[in-house]
Write a protein that binds this ligand. Structure first.
Ligand code: APR
Length: 289
């Protein structure tokens, strides 16, 4: 099916933007690509020949917590090395100018907050690389909401020091890390500390989901901006359609890869780097960054 008329017209988008009040964004790893962080499903979704997605499970952590921690130590280190890009800054500036804008992000890299996105207008769907919790949750409720120690502990220094930006270098195998060398929960003393991220097979925070549903249901959502996500992981992938009121809501996709399948009248698709496109798209509201 042909895409809708004017689907990639910036003036037509600006016209809709200026008539929109309640706006939702759903962000994914592509937003942070220009900062230098790899996406999951594109090139670079491997870390030392391990599939990044297969390491992000409670089972992987149960089998080899040292290996999973090395991967997360590496990701923490990488995220601390890079800077938020113009895409994060544009979303943060937009949030400050529009109190009816809510940004949902699957990214755990902390770059939204480092770009000073107002926290009340941000929901971190998949948690944060820089929070910690007990591996025995929900039995043990210990959490540390923010910890950016790099490395987190001496045994993880090898991964934290690894500056290979391609994540592909398997030629330097890291020594296995015994569980005894990993940080344990200071509260129950039996569980391990683990990253405060949502792994595959784990539920998202229920109160956060209720709050997002309530926000969507409160009134018509005029626009949903879907940025840099492959939209395959639920519930994130479902929010754009959940928020759609036929004939009123424009779903606006910003992605490096063009995909016009399933577009409806009034939807937009902008192909390219989110870090370049978002400042241009939001310019009528945020001005020059
Ligand atoms: N600008 C815009 N889009 C980009 C850019 C860029 N510079 N670079 C890549 N993209 C797009 C890709 O075309 C792809 O559609 O970003 C998307 C990244 O998709 P994924 O790697 O699947 O990342 P994401 O959608 O965030 O993954 C969802 O899966 O692994 C889990 O929990 C993890 O939160 C993550 C979730």
């Amino acid at each position: 099916m042909a895409p809708p008329k004017d689907y990639d017209s910036i003036p037509a988008f600006h016209d809709k933007l200026l008539r929109s009040k309640r706006i939702l964004a759903v962000c994914g790893a592509g937003l942070s690509a220009a900062s230098g962080l790899p996406t999951f499903r594109g090139a670079g979704g491997l870390w030392r020949n391990h599939d990044a997605i297969q390491l992000a499970t409670p089972e992987a952590f149960g089998d080899d917590p040292g290996l999973v921690w090395l991967f997360y130590a590496y990701r923490r280190h990488m995220a601390l090395q890079v800077q938020p890009n113009a895409g994060h800054h544009a979303l943060a500036a937009f949030a400050k100018r529009n109190p009816d804008f809510l940004c949902l992000s699957q990214n755990v890299d902390n770059l939204h907050l480092r770009a000073h996105h107002p926290a009340p207008q941000l929901r971190l769907l998949h948690g944060s690389l820089f929070s910690l919790k007990c591996s025995r949750q929900p039995q043990c409720t210990w959490t540390d909401p923010y910890n950016d120690a790099d490395p987190l502990c001496p045994s993880l220094a090898a991964a934290a020091d690894d500056n290979d930006p391609t994540l592909l270098d398997a030629s330097k195998p890291l020594a296995p890390i015994p569980t005894s060398a990993l940080p344990h929960c200071p509260e129950c003393q039996t569980g391990l500390q683990r990253p405060g991220v949502v792994w595959f097979g784990e539920p998202l925070d229920e109160a956060m989901l209720d709050d997002i549903e309530a926000w969507i249901a409160a009134d018509v959502v005029d626009m949903v901006i879907v940025v840099g996500t492959s939209s395959v992981v639920y519930p994130a992938a479902g929010f754009a359609e959940d928020a759609r009121t036929e004939g009123k809501t424009s779903v606006v996709t910003v992605n490096m890869e063009r995909s016009v399948a399933g577009m409806r009248e009034g939807d937009f698709m902008f192909t390219g780097d989110a870090a370049s496109l978002l400042p241009e798209l939001l310019k009528p509201i945020i001005g020059d960054l």
